[in-house]
Design a protein around this ligand. Sequence first.
Ligand SMILES: [Zn+2]
Length: 320
Amino acid sequence: MERAHVFDAVAARWTDGEGLSEAPRPATREELLRVHTAEHVDAIARTSGRAVMLDPDTFTSPESAEIAALAAGAAVQAVDHAIDRKDAAFALVRPPGHHAERDRAMGFCLFNNIAVAAAHAQSRGLARVAVVDVDVHHGNGTQWIFYDNPRVLYVSTHQYPFYPGTGAANEVGTGEGRGFTFNVPLEMGATDADYALVYREAVIPVLHEFAPDVVLVSAGFDAHERDPLASMRVTTEGYAWVVRQLVDASTNGSIAFVTEGGYDLGALSDCLDAAIAEASGTASRLGGSASRSTEPSSTARAARALDTVRAAQKGFWHNL
Ligand SMILES: [Zn+2]
């Protein structure tokens, strides 16, 4: 429950500053079936009122089915808001979603919230939807759901090798979808400077070339230096910088953030406040640096990542 308290406090600070907030509604069966099998949707529904182990990391409590439907529904509401107002929106949800595959729960995730949101944007007639996954883990579920789809660009920066094992640079999509899965695997220990380099040199140029009608962000903050599960060294300022680049890359202003991981509660809270400030234009922008870290900013990990990404993707993207 503790992550829910962080979300409540972040939302309260936003509404105290006269920001808009909206109560979530559950995703409809039709919305879930755009990305999940009927068997999976039914299996989650059957856990209602029960505690069940769905995979070694993924357990339900009696309320999980209801909360998972609300999380996916909130992601749909956020993307509607982003599209209708050409503005930023945040869905502060748990459980996370990006490991959930078409037909199974995995890695704490029941429904793939960001995929449900992306499919909803497509159902509204948007031609090009970009999903940028800044969570430290690779979003295997999101990747596989859209693997053959050239109208949904999936971009992920993540620790590699690491859970869940997918996300190599040469996983680029299949069929018509080739080039529209864009993985940037980073070695453990990557810093703000590494992230800044791969965003400047690869992620942002590719987003510009794709020219999305809406940008969706799988907003995991577990690449933070204080996160207990992963081994990256991104600071709160580093995350804020990444968010600013993504907001700037959403050329028409439509951008929706859907929370994923983030297991140091203080870091999660700080990063969400900073991300909301950047996206709403209320951040005080001090200097142009990605980081105020005093560490020497080696970008060796980023340079190695860029080599593998360019080798895998340069046939698909002129801007690389
Ligand atoms: Zn994660």
